[in-house]
Design a protein around this ligand. Structure first.
Ligand SMILES: [Zn+2]
Length: 269
């Protein structure tokens, strides 16, 4: 089976696509289960979910990106942050088309065809609805916290029962901001200063691209990484086909190692 399932806490599972390493999470209450993200769209995900729970499943996305949303087609109705509803457009499709056009010549062309199947989101394959402020699973309540920056509609799921925050791509050691040109590094640092206080009772962050949880103390160093960004310290990335050059800013944390922020120069403000 392509999806690996691991119990990470009572009534809580991490589902990992073995090929791409992307995580989804399943939280059970007494009446409903919550599926956080649906991956690139491999059929083994709905099978793994059906094996783990017999409860009705509420499906949500941390944000609308193909590695979190392309499996939505298996689950019917899906809740996403208001600003990520496909009725506002699908910015990741435009970004992909630009990059694909820059790379999709010559030898890379067949690879791009394959990449296109994975990377483009077709909004017609699921029914989208705006996410509520909290999701009641019956004896287990999961709070939804807006976290715009990686996308405009990114949200966090705070689960008091396990003291875990399911964050998608909103925080990690390789933070992509160029995926949301409207965001700025200053505003994102400010947002996380507020979240650090709000989440002080929580113990860990569960993210999409690592099986290891981040301790909640990572937030402090993440903010620090943003605070130390200076325009002159930006280094050009090799990513082609974007409206502005993607630039990265590195910060070396004593405790957590390298934290990099990937942004357009115009977002550094
Ligand atoms: Zn993402």
């Amino acid at each position: 089976m392509r999806t690996a399932a691991k119990r990470i806490a009572e009534r809580t599972y991490m589902l990992t696509d073995r090929l791409t390493g992307v995580n989804q999470f399943l939280l059970e209450g007494e009446e409903r289960a919550l599926l956080i993200d649906t991956g690139y769209g491999t059929k083994s995900l709905p099978k793994a979910v059906a094996k783990l729970t017999s409860l009705p499943v509420v499906t949500v996305n941390t944000h609308l990106h193909p590695d979190h949303s392309n499996g939505n087609k298996f689950f019917g109705k899906v809740y996403v942050g208001e600003r990520d509803l496909p009725s506002h457009g699908v910015p990741s499709n435009e970004l992909f088309e630009g990059v694909a056009a820059a790379y999709g010549r010559g030898a890379l062309r067949p690879l791009m065809k394959f990449a296109r199947r994975l990377a483009l989101i077709d909004p017609s394959t699921a029914e989208y609805a705006p996410i509520p402020d909290a999701i009641d699973l019956g004896g287990r309540r999961v709070e939804v916290i807006p976290c715009p920056g990686h996308t405009e509609g990114s949200v966090l799921f705070a689960d008091a029962e396990t003291r875990a925050v399911f964050a998608g791509d909103a925080i990690n050691g390789e933070q992509w901001m160029f995926t949301c040109p409207a965001s700025s590094t200053g505003a994102y640092a400010e947002l996380w200063r507020g979240l650090e206080k709000e989440l002080s009772d929580f113990s860990e962050l569960r993210i999409s691209h690592s099986r290891k949880a981040l301790p909640i103390g990572f937030i402090r160093e993440f903010i620090r990484a943003f605070e130390t960004i200076k325009p002159e310290n930006g280094r050009p990335s090799k990513i082609k086909g974007t409206p502005e050059p993607v630039t990265f800013y590195e910060y070396e944390s004593e405790r957590y190692g390298r934290i990099r922020v990937w942004a357009y120069p115009s977002q550094v403000r």
